[in-house]
Design a protein around this ligand. Structure first.
Ligand SMILES: [Zn+2]
Length: 667
């Protein structure tokens, strides 16, 4: 093999990524690295660890500092952009860096009075608010349209490196590392950013009317009425919210869903981080070649599938792959979005629009963790992940509406085959992801689907034992007549009781328990929608309350109404130490077939370990005629025994406790 054939594709690849190796790109990457490294080291390491450790500051100070920084940056970006449009981006950059250095240095005062640290963080945030609109403004002027995504990718990589370096330093240094030295270190990083800033050219001329002193503070607002800019604002908001929500649930996903330590979780996500780092570089090059929109659309779809998949998976292999998919999606979307912010801000008010776009992203960074955290608190990681994936699906949908983007400046690539493939696959993926809710509902209906959490459809298949179960009681007089028939044959049955019915007929529930039958939990009001809309699934506790006040027991086994289940509902059941069961033999007794036929249906499909589903009531109705079930019961019991089956209670079939030791929420 000649070296020529080896070199040629490689050199083509490097040629495509060329702006990354250039001097003009390096200064952007270096500036990004120094600014972000100082930021992360101060806010995530020094304030969170050294300050409370060494100065007995309350742990909540770190939260206030972070909030003050974020709020000041959020509020400051738009006015800063406006000023930059009047004064010039280089002045904006120096001003922003100057404020940031002052704010960082003032963080030293937190050693004397922690609250001063909060004020210093606000000053720091104001500085940061001016830095990024200035930087993007100069970048947009210095880089042609088909180079900007590669530049954004380079800056994203610099941010990643800064985060890794600062957190790595935090891991290496002992908790006794002096807080004052840590802050001084961050101040030095920012001062070196000031030195790098000297290399930037003040690319854009100051606006003539601004010089003349015309004061029109809202001149930029009409620019936002363009469908492209408003749609893009929404995309940035969603992107910020997705990222924020994912970060907010990261720890609890490992702890509560995967049941592993943070260290193990980091290990599981390491391939995703590595994949994302590679994908960022490629995605910049891709977005410059084929345009931003197909790359954005494909990226958000990858996030949707990855994150939704994670909400339902606990196997290590699946988690590694799905996390990789989601991370690559983020890596595709982010540089494209930054490049697009530069593209779409080109106007008489470039920096102001940049300030607006950055504000939208910051709003997402605030809203995403709040929503994700609240859902996580209420119903576990699954609903929070469903939210993040759903937001990504919405972003993909916006990216794929062709009419909005019709006038978006396109990279002069003609009809690149790659572009067609990307756009086509993104559209195909979107059709699929819009179909996803249908698939999700279908899976929620399947009594045997384990995708949303563990559910048992039968017991051990190696013993000749089965359980006969009755749903939807107590229902006067049928429940007790059924119980009497069971007693006559010496069979212990299992009754999945509806809480509301138990409230109407507590004496029947009491009698079932006294006769030695097992009472299970079958929700309070037998509505499927409760499993969808209530992340805490309060139905479980309400039913438990009704059953325990009727008969003094708290069922340890739960059966979802109609077998309809959602990830958060199963999470609520499992976190209460209960088991969810459905069935594997369903003879449709509610259709009132003749007794022989009903018995035959059972005997034809029964297997060792089967849960046989019959009904002693109907939802929450009173006095529903269940004579069909009652009359078939002797045939069923005799037939099962003739086949050699022993009929046992469900808890005995599964060798698990039938009742909890104590009622009430366990967490
Ligand atoms: Zn039911």
């Amino acid at each position: 093999m000649s070296t020529l054939t080896l070199r040629s594709p490689l050199s083509t690849m490097f040629a495509r990524m060329s702006p990354l190796g250039e001097r003009r790109t390096r200064k952007y990457a270096l500036l990004t690295f120094t600014v972000d490294a100082g930021l992360v080291f101060t806010l995530l390491v020094a304030v969170q660890s050294y300050l409370p450790e060494q100065y007995q500051a309350s742990e909540s100070i770190a939260g206030y500092v972070l909030a003050a920084y974020g709020a000041a940056k959020l509020i400051g970006q738009l006015p800063a952009g406006y000023l930059i449009d009047r004064l010039g981006p280089k002045q904006g950059l120096f001003g922003g860096l100057g404020l940031a250095v002052a704010g960082q240095a003032a963080m030293l005062l937190a050693a004397a009075e922690p609250l001063l640290g909060v004020a210093a963080a606000a000053l720091y945030g104001l500085g940061a608010a001016a830095i990024w609109p200035s930087v993007f403004n100069m970048a947009a002027a210095e880089f042609a349209e088909d180079e900007r995504a590669r530049l954004s990718a380079g800056m994203t990589v610099a941010t990643g490196a800064a985060v890794a370096a600062a957190l790595g330093l935090g891991l290496i240094l002992p908790p006794s590392f002096p807080y004052l030295a840590a802050i001084t270190f961050s101040v030095c990083a920012l001062i070196s950013a000031l030195l790098v800033a000297g290399q930037f050219q003040n690319a854009r001329p100051i606006r003539p009317e601004a010089r003349a002193g015309t004061w029109r503070p809202l001149a930029w607002l009409p620019l936002l009425t363009s469908p492209r800019r408003s749609a893009f604002s929404l995309i940035l908001l969603l992107q910020g919210a997705i990222l924020g929500a994912l970060i907010a649930v990261f720890g609890s996903y490992g702890r509560n869903t995967l049941h592993i330590s943070v260290r193990e979780e980091l290990l599981l996500f390491a391939p995703a981080a590595a994949g994302a780092a590679c994908a960022v570089l490629l995605s910049g090059s891709l977005a410059d070649r084929v345009g931003r929109i197909p790359v954005l659309g494909a990226g958000f779809l990858a996030i949707t599938f990855g994150v939704w998949g994670l909400s339902a998976s606990t196997g290590s292999g699946a988690v590694v792959l799905l996390a990789l998919l989601a991370a690559v999606g983020l890596a595709l979307a982010m540089p494209s979005a930054s490049a697009m912010a530069m593209d779409l801000s080109q106007s008489g008010e470039t920096a102001t629009l940049l300030g607006w776009f950055l504000t939208m992203e910051s709003v997402g960074h605030a809203v995403g963790p709040a929503l994700g955290g609240a859902l996580n608190q209420a119903g576990g990681t699954a609903p929070a992940l469903w939210l993040a994936g759903g937001l990504a699906a919405v972003a993909a949908l916006i990216a794929l509406v062709p009419t909005v983007w019709a006038k978006t400046p396109q990279i002069a690539v003609g009809r690149s085959p790659l572009r067609s493939v990307l756009a086509f696959s993104a559209k195909g993926g979107l059709v699929f992801s819009l179909g996803f809710p249908v698939i999700a509902v279908y899976l929620a209906w399947q009594p045997g689907s384990q995708l949303y959490g563990q559910m048992l459809t039968h017991g051990p298949r190696d013993r000749m034992e089965v359980a006969i179960t009755f749903d939807d009681g107590p229902n006067d007089p049928w429940t007790l007549r059924i119980a009497e028939t069971l007693d006559h044959y010496g069979v212990e049955g299992t009754f999945f009781t509806v809480g509301k019915n138990a409230e109407s007929h507590p004496e029947i529930v009491r009698s079932l328990v006294a006769r030695g039958h097992l009472v299970g939990n079958h929700s309070y009001r037998h509505h499927k929608s409760d499993a969808v809309v209530d992340p805490r699934y309060g139905e479980l506790w309400k039913a438990e309350g009704a059953i325990s006040s009727a008969a003094g027991v708290c069922p340890a086994i739960y059966r979802p109404p109609n077998g309809f289940h959602t990830p958060w509902q199963l999470h609520a059941v499992a976190s209460h130490g209960m088991k969810t069961v459905t069935w594997d033999v369903i003879p449709r007794d509610w259709k009132d077939p003749p007794p022989d036929e009903l018995a035959n249906r059972v005997l034809e499909s029964v297997k060792p370990g089967s849960f046989i589903l019959l009904h002693d009531g109907k939802d929450t109705y009173e006095h529903t005629d269940r004579s069909a079930t009652l009359n078939a019961l002797p045939g069923i019991i005799e037939g099962l025994r003739a086949k050699g089956f022993q009929i046992v209670r469900l808890d005995k079939l599964l060798s698990v406790p039938g009742y909890l030791e104590s009622c009430g929420q366990s967490k």
